[in-house]
Ligand binder design. Structure first.
Ligand code: PLP
Length: 410
């Protein structure tokens, strides 16, 4: 939903220069209609198959965005008690909330049970014991799946691979059937399905298919033991186009490959995060100072690694573009933040037109793992967030103040 109207870069119908004037920078800006479009692509791909699409809210947990997704029928994939809390507050139906995570605490398990979420994706035998014990004390039955590590290594950054042998995630593939047989003997759990999530920003469907085929083998072995697995949860992980020309499969291509792997009567859950919100959000930043040092050109901006950690953490690429069309000469430039760390950069060696001090840039496709991973490092206040719908830009999170920095200190 980014496009130029004459010389102005717009998100939907709103000029980014107007948003900068109204809300200041740096700021996260989202397109409501892009979020809806991305979610609808999943729903359409699911078609008449029974099941649901759970938005992975770790990617972006702003309440207004969660409310929007809950309102159009999304479920939620959560990874902490805090995320369950946010999702309930935003209006998600608890019967569409799933909960994964290798380290669920007793308090979180109790909270999830009290909230009557749909199911736990269990990641270890000891977690199964913990859930069974807590459910027993609460006199409830916990609905569960096991997250199985299928030992599939997708081609993506090593920090976001989760399906590879030797990672901390899920039940080891060779222990999968044993996990279900153990759970069958527990009084306070009800087995409803199977789950796997192999990683994030995955651009080749072959990895998803291989994981599904391996999961199918477990399904068959488990069902031979009289345990019915109603739900197949395929996780999230579909990538987005960060760089022009990157080939990105869409949800229908993914599901077309996965559905035939399983029996017709299966219900499906998908947990997309990045592919729902990633290209719907962008970070608007201002050039504070320019300098040339050691023969290199630098743009020093008002956004740092605390606001967007992805370039620093994953060497992630985000396109950076001026919000005004210009014919100015392009030079190779590092776009950096104000933090005293060499890792504090937004982009390196970018060919950007020479822009005046005080000019604005847009760091694109930062809707996923952007604001959600931001911090107050260097006592920098968290950014405002703005949701654009057509010609309206609404503030959905205020810029934090210095007072916020001290909020819980004693
Ligand atoms: C269990 C689980 N499901 C879904 C996701 C969402 O992944 P993505 O944002 O790549 O779609 C994640 C993120 O890593 C995850 O850990």
């Amino acid at each position: 939903m980014l496009h130029f109207k004459k010389n102005d870069l717009c998100i939907e119908q709103v000029k980014l220069s107007d948003i900068a004037k109204q809300y200041g920078t740096s700021a996260y800006i989202y397109s409501k209609n892009q979020i809806i479009k991305n979610f609808e692509a999943y729903r359409k791909a699911l078609g008449s198959k029974r099941g649901f699409i759970c938005f992975a809210c770790k990617t972006n947990s702003n309440g207004a965005i969660l409310k929007l997704l809950a309102g159009i029928g999304a479920g939620a994939d959560t990874t902490s008690g805090g995320e369950i809390y946010r999702c309930l507050k935003a209006g998600f139906n608890p019967s569409k909330i799933v909960y994964a995570g290798v380290g669920k605490t007793s308090e979180e398990i109790e909270y999830a049970l009290k909230s009557k979420i749909f199911m736990f994706n269990i990641e270890s035998f000891e977690e199964l014991d913990a859930i069974d014990n807590i459910a027993d004390k609460m006199k409830v039955k916990a609905k569960i799946s096991f997250r199985i590590n299928p030992y599939v290594n997708p081609d993506t950054h090593s920090y976001i691979v989760t399906g590879k042998k030797g990672t901390k995630f899920g039940i080891p593939y060779e222990d999968a059937v044993k996990a279900y047989l153990t759970a069958k003997k527990k009084k306070n759990v009800a087995i409803v399905g199977i789950h796997s999530h192999i990683g994030s920003q995955i651009l080749n469907i072959a990895s998803f298919k291989l994981a599904a085929q391996k999961i199918k083998k477990i399904v068959d072995a488990v069902e031979k033991n009289g345990i019915k697995l109603e739900y197949i949860n395929c996780g999230g992980g579909l990538g987005i186009e960060y760089e022009e020309g990157q080939k990105v499969p869409d949800p229908s291509q993914l599901m077309l490959e996965l559905f035939p792997v399983f029996d017709k009567d299966k219900k499906f859950i998908f947990e997309p995060g990045r592919s729902i919100i990633g290209n719907a959000g962008h970070m608007l930043i201002k050039i504070l100072y320019r300098k040339i040092s050691g023969g290199k050109s630098f743009l020093i901006t008002d956004a740092g690694m605390n606001d967007l950690i992805r370039p620093t953490l994953y060497e992630a690429y985000h396109e950076i573009m001026p919000i005004k069309k210009t014919n100015a000469k392009k030079v190779k430039t590092d776009v950096v933040g104000p933090i005293c760390e060499s890792g504090d950069f937004i982009g390196k060696d970018r060919m950007l037109p020479i822009i005046e001090q005080g000019g604005y840039l847009l760091v694109t496709c930062t809707g996923a793992y952007g604001a959600a991973m931001s911090s107050e490092y260097n006592s920098r206040t968290l950014l405002p967030e703005v949701l654009v719908d057509g010609d309206k830009a609404v503030l959905i999170r205020k810029r934090a103040s210095y007072k916020n920095l001290l909020l819980n200190e004693i």
